[in-house]
Design a protein around this ligand. Structure first.
Ligand SMILES: [Zn+2]
Length: 247
């Protein structure tokens, strides 16, 4: 007996649909787990120790000397997560950051979200580090904090530690420095890791105001490794999840 016309799609299309659904689900789960909750990545340090880490993503660039001048004037240390294209374009920026005693870590071979990279490009993305030839630890902050299902595995294989943050400076918005600084100082606590950027025009003034506020509150800005950052656990991850869907 021959088969009659069927309304269900051919088996291979059903299989493809299932595979796409599974891949989409895995990407969503990786994003929730990695970017929003950050479970297992490095996050804030001990909440009882009056230290905070200021971090600058996306540099170096034209703004770097201004940031270094503010940090020097206030006697503060910070950590710069640089990208490969920026480091290639401004090698003197990377040198100046290091000579001033700040830390340099990786923000990627390309400034792209992990889900826009093929697995082999993400491997190159995670592996690139401005101090790759020197002894570790080597930190990697994914652009946008973005995770693919492979990000953590690739980081582990490349011996990179994924480093996130708990306070956002929001210096990519058009808000004035005073408002942004008030926002940072309202959220910052002992152990906090503050996300700022090496690029926006507002950041040097924001940095100056934040450093003044930290001093008033007895919080010492240190390099991230000196915090030291701790793996994000269940509670901190849940707090991050709530915050990321609350705005
Ligand atoms: Zn970035």
């Amino acid at each position: 007996m021959g088969r009659g016309p069927s309304t269900t799609p051919p088996r291979r299309w059903r299989w493809l649909g299932g595979a796409l659904l599974a891949a989409g689900g895995a990407a969503l789960l990786a994003d929730l787990w990695g970017r929003a909750a950050g479970w297992g990545a490095l996050g804030p340090g001990d909440r009882r120790v009056p230290r905070v880490a200021l971090t600058f993503d996306d540099g170096p660039g034209e703004r770097t000397p201004e940031l270094l001048a503010v940090l020097a004037r206030r006697g503060a240390r910070a950590t710069f997560f640089v990208t490969a294209p920026a480091a290639a374009r401004w090698p003197e920026g990377v040198r100046a950051i290091r000579e001033a005693g700040h830390a340099v870590e990786a923000h990627g071979r390309w400034h792209l979200h992990a889900l826009r990279l093929s697995p082999w490009r993400e491997w190159a993305q995670v592996r690139w580090h401005p101090r790759a030839a020197e002894p570790g630890p080597h930190l990697y902050r994914p652009p946008y904090g973005g995770h693919s299902p492979l990000t953590r595995l690739l980081a582990r294989l490349a011996r990179r530690q994924v480093a996130l943050w708990d306070v956002e400076g929001r210096d990519w918005t058009a808000a004035p420095a005073a408002d942004l600084a008030a926002g940072v100082l309202a959220q910052v606590r002992p152990g906090s890791v503050v996300l700022l950027h090496d690029g926006p025009a507002v950041t040097p003034e924001l940095l100056d105001r934040v450093l003044a506020g930290l001093r008033e509150r007895g919080l010492t800005p240190v390099r991230l490794a000196e915090l030291p950052p701790r793996p994000i656990g269940l509670r901190e991850g849940l707090r991050r999840l709530r915050a990321s869907y609350g705005r």
